[in-house]
Ligand binder design. Structure first.
Ligand SMILES: Nc1ncnc2c1ncn2[C@@H]1O[C@H](COP(=O)(O)OP(=O)(O)O)[C@@H](O)[C@H]1O
Ligand SMILES: [Mg+2]
Length: 233
């Protein structure tokens, strides 16, 4: 079984004065097929945490282990391959390429290894079908609604069968109904694929839909129903 373990993860950013401490000894683990939401107000460190887990940034202290591998011990080329193979990202912005169709956008992660294979094209079609977008396969981003564009971004995150999907405010740019649909799609696709999913958001409504819900409070990760006082802080 694939596992993600995060242990005693801390992050400080240097500033001209004293370092800005954003994360303090964050720890949790997740198994394949499980999902987790992390909620907290703007500026509390959600993106920083997700970027470190996604190997886009490095921790000041602590460890991340994904599928038995410590990504921070890899050389840059290995790390890029590891990230491409194991991790899918969904951001608040869709980051689709405007000149490419929906299906071409879904296939972009395959290009890191050369051309997309015919199996990958079939998989892209299946993912777009599961996202309700069969009729939009050949549409370019400007020919789709915001919700449809984000559905394409979800399909793109899954194209290489990642073991871990990371979503940073995936519904932040959408109206309430569309946001609900994207939340449903993310969870449904993660379960279909038996991937792990971590979603960070300031939306309690979205966060509550996950199997496990935690929150970031002054840099510490807590169960969503506990208070800072109850944990002895
Ligand atoms: N590269 C950086 N350098 C310095 N400070 C940063 C950097 N990235 C984020 N921060 C600071 O860390 C804190 C947490 O930011 P962020 O993780 O983006 O929060 P959130 O995603 O919860 O809104 C903020 O105070 C932000 O200004
Ligand atoms: Mg953020």
């Amino acid at each position: 079984m694939t596992k993600l373990s995060v242990e005693k993860l801390s992050k400080e950013f240097p500033t001209p004065a004293e370092p800005l401490r954003v994360l303090t000894e964050v720890a949790f683990s997740l198994n394949s097929g499980e999902n987790l939401s992390i909620v907290g107000p703007s500026g509390c460190g959600k993106s920083t945490l997700l970027h470190i887990i996604g190997t886009l940034d490095t921790p000041t202290a602590g460890t991340v282990e994904l599928d038995g591998i410590n990504p921070f011990a890899l050389v840059p080329k290995e790390l890029a391959a590891f990230r491409n193979e194991k991790i899918g990202f969904v951001f608040q912005e869709h980051y689709l390429l405007p000149q490419l169709s929906a299906i071409e956008n879904v296939l972009v992660p395959c290009l890191a290894r050369g051309r997309a294979t015919s199996e990958q094209v079939d998989r892209a079609k299946l993912l777009l079908k599961n996202a309700g977008l069969t009729e939009r396969e050949n549409h370019r981003p400007h020919e789709m609604s915001g919700g449809e564009r984000q559905r394409v971004a979800v399909a793109r995150a899954l194209i290489l069968n990642p073991v871990l999907v990371l979503a940073d405010e995936p519904t932040g740019n959408l109206d309430q109904d569309t946001a609900e649909q994207i939340g449903t799609l993310l969870i449904q696709m993660q379960k279909n694929e038996s991937a792990m999913l971590i979603c960070v958001t300031h939306s309690n409504e979205l966060a509550q839909r996950f199997d496990n819900a935690k929150r970031l409070d002054h840099g510490k990760l807590m169960d969503s129903n506990s208070t800072a006082t109850a944990t002895g802080k």
